[in-house]
Design a protein around this ligand. Structure first.
Ligand code: ADP
Length: 476
């Protein structure tokens, strides 16, 4: 067994010798004693030596009583302290033990056995305490770092006793609310639909998915799990709250998307069915047949665009798109995008203004072509037949910018931002009559952002709108 290294802080030499003698009588352990006659001397020893325990007299030349205790504690915060005092002051003893002294021995009272046992136990106790503190720190770290809200509530009163930082933020609470606010006050009174049906199955943990109320009255969907426990004579309830806003939004988006897509697919499919049935029943002269075939081709394009946009957008939403960057020449993107609108089906005059000498930039050719195609497709849909559409590209030292300008009705300034959101339609009849997916602009924006660029719309003079896509020259 290792020797116990003890620092004795004692200014009275005979007392120090007596302690040494008493320690020598312990046959179970050996003690290595370092003697300091003042706090100043103790400080030097503590700075250089490794000790297991400090035995301190409270009447020292450089400090006495509580002050002596406080100063030794500050010098050796991690060591067990045993007071060895000439004063049989019960009150002081209780106070100092309350403040962290391991024990309080009165000089002359007790023998070697008492002294040695006190020293040994003080070391054991301190080690046990350190272990508990370490565990407590671990739990506290876990509690503080957890990203879900954790609340501890009194079951009888329902009041919140403790809450972690994530919980405070989630509900917009402050620590002043603790002990006052009831957990039931954070529950939404009327659960808005639809959290009971399919969405409640989102959270596989079996917890309740329900709306919670923030301090400011706003609601958010959350997965809530509760567990009851008893701490001494208090009945407590532990609650873990996970914010499900993102998941619920994603689920809603998925449902809206499915709904919109099934709806949008029906229009071209119905047209295609009608035309094919008509052509099967009535053989037509060649000229008329060609016209119908062009119409059917247009509907097929519409279906293809829908599927392509949807697949691409879903990949973006699920973070599955990895850009295949290559050196790109802007005019090649423009010409590739234009190929989609075969001259025979064009109802507008499309003008390209893009020099072949613009500097190369890096990007994903396929995605950029798709973005420009979408902008052109919208310009064709939402501006009068025979009007002019411009596809212009400009480059400066930081960005290459593609702009598509039409002479249509334009976009009111107040909704210029919203128009890039999925399922946003300016006019209800737009997509119904013109065949749209409402996924085109969100895809354009997703492509711009994936390149570290941006997409926006601005009014064009004298009428119409200009949709722009700016791609940085260098990789983000
Ligand atoms: P869609 O497939 O319905 O065209 P988009 O996401 O491309 O979907 O466009 C969303 C909505 O924005 C359209 O339904 C239309 O109301 C409006 N919009 C898009 N482009 C234009 C434009 N060039 N002029 C006027 N409105 C437009």
């Amino acid at each position: 067994m290792r020797d116990i290294h003890l620092l004795l802080i004692e200014d009275h030499r005979p007392d120090a010798i007596l302690v040494q003698e008493l320690l020598r009588e312990d046959f179970a352990r050996r003690y290595r004693l370092t003697h300091a006659e003042s706090l100043a001397a103790a400080e030097k020893h503590l700075a250089t030596g490794r000790f297991d325990v400090v035995l301190v007299d409270l009447g020292l030349p450089d400090a006495i009583g509580r002050e002596a205790f406080d100063r030794v504690k500050a010098l050796a915060p991690h060591l067990p302290l045993v007071i060895h005092s000439g004063l049989a002051d019960e009150e002081l003893a209780i106070e100092l033990v309350g403040q962290g002294a391991q024990d309080y021995l009165v000089k002359g009272e007790g023998d070697s056995r008492l002294l040695c046992r006190t020293i040994r136990y003080s070391i054991e106790r301190r080690q046990a305490l350190d272990t508990i503190r370490e565990k407590e720190e671990q739990y506290h770290l876990l509690f503080s770092a957890e990203t879900d809200g954790i609340l501890i509530c009194d079951r009888d009163s329902g009041r919140i006793q403790e809450i972690n930082p994530a919980g405070l933020e989630l509900y917009g609470l402050s620590r002043n609310d603790l002990g006052v606010l009831k957990f039931s006050e954070l529950q939404a009174q009327d659960q808005p639909p639809p959290l009971s049906g399919e969405e409640s199955g989102l959270w596989a943990g079996g917890e309740n998915l329900q709306y919670q109320r923030r301090r400011d009255g706003t609601l958010f969907p959350a997965a809530v799990s509760c567990g009851n426990f008893q701490l001494r004579n208090q009945s407590l309830q532990g609650v873990i709250v996970r914010d499900m806003t993102e998941l619920v939004n994603a689920q809603r988006l998925k449902e809206e998307m499915l709904q919109a897509i099934s709806h949008e697919m029906r229009t071209p499919l119905t047209a295609l069915l009608g035309y094919t049935e008509m052509l099967l029943d009535n053989p037509l002269p060649e000229q008329e047949l060609a016209t119908h075939l062009w119409t059917m081709h247009g509907e097929c394009l519409r279906l293809a665009e829908l599927v392509e946009n949807q697949l691409e957008l879903v990949s973006f939403l699920s973070g599955k798109v990895e850009l295949e960057r290559q050196a790109i020449e802007a005019y090649q993107v423009c010409h590739a995008a234009l190929l989609k609108f075969s001259p025979g089906s064009r109802t507008h005059r499309i003008q390209i203004d893009c020099s072949e000498n613009l500097p190369h930039f890096r990007g994903d050719f396929r995605l950029l072509r798709m973005a420009v195609e979408n902008l052109l497709s919208n310009a064709l849909k939402y501006s009068p037949a025979d009007s002019r559409i411009d596809l212009a590209v400009q480059a400066n030292s930081s960005h290459t910018t593609f702009c598509v300008t039409d002479r249509g009705e334009g976009i009111p300034a107040e909704i210029c931002d919203q128009i890039f959101n999925a399922f946003f339609r300016l006019r209800h009849w737009d997509s119904r009559t013109l065949g749209g997916t409402t996924l085109g602009l969100p895809l354009v924006k997703a492509i711009a952002l994936a390149h570290g660029g941006s997409a926006w719309v601005e009014p064009a003079a004298p009428r119409g709108s200009r949709f722009c896509l700016a791609i940085p020259c260098s990789d983000p």
